[in-house]
Design a protein around this ligand. Sequence first.
Ligand SMILES: Nc1ncnc2c1ncn2[C@@H]1O[C@H](COP(=O)(O)OP(=O)(O)O)[C@@H](O)[C@H]1O
Ligand SMILES: [Mg+2]
Length: 260
Amino acid sequence: MKRCLIEVNNLWTKFGDHVVHRDVSLAIDRAEVLSLVGGSGSGKTTLLRQMMGLETPSAGEVKVFGVSLQHNDPEEIRRIRNRWGVLFQQGALFSALTVYDNIALPLRELGTVDEGLIRELVLLKLEMVGIEAAHAAKMPSDLSGGMVKRVALARALALEPELLFLDEPTAGLDPDRSESFVQLIEDLRRELELTVVMVTHDLDTLISLSSRVAVLCDQRIVAIGSLAEVVKSSHRFITNFFQGERGKRALQALSEALVK
Ligand SMILES: Nc1ncnc2c1ncn2[C@@H]1O[C@H](COP(=O)(O)OP(=O)(O)O)[C@@H](O)[C@H]1O
Ligand SMILES: [Mg+2]
């Protein structure tokens, strides 16, 4: 089996004259959790969107599961799309659909799964994310922020993906909810052997989940490696990012965890 799940080769993204990615290359291996960090507007979300074929490179290529998103027919790309799940900050759930219908949607879109099996799968996914079946008939507006995230994660897992894209998964959650959501992601990642590509600026999330960290700055990846490697960089963004009180505390916790 090929280890490399995602290859970004010499990627350029431009919106008009605005260069967002300048010759970015990156490879993501099976079973790793790669976290993307960078300032606001540095192109993190756009890079995820490139990996999902939702943006068109101005130059360069993105391959996922060995399939070029630029040089293949739509049918082939549609097939590989079903092998990844997405949890984005915006539009996590369809507000007009119940919890049940939100999770059932990707399965119904396949057009090949009967309603009996869909029901079983939806209930299974709800259980996986720790939501009681009694909530299935609720509308998203009746749920707390933490529950919306869990249901959105259940939907992202509906097609049993091998790969999960997360954009700021813990944004907007209070520290307790954030911690338990991170734990849930970690448990599911292990259980399902998922590869995860995640954008986060939350240090606790970053430290708890990442196997590698890539730092986007000035249109490029300025550092990539384990967190311990990346923090050694003297790049101004990285020193700023880890300089604050929280950053120092988080790194302290990390080094204690490493010596254990
Ligand atoms: N569809 C688009 N059209 C024009 N500019 C865009 C578009 N999408 C993103 N951008 C710009 O690209 C830059 C990177 O955006 P984004 O990837 O969302 O940043 P981040 O997620 O790191 O905050 C921003 O300056 C944003 O305004
Ligand atoms: Mg973003």
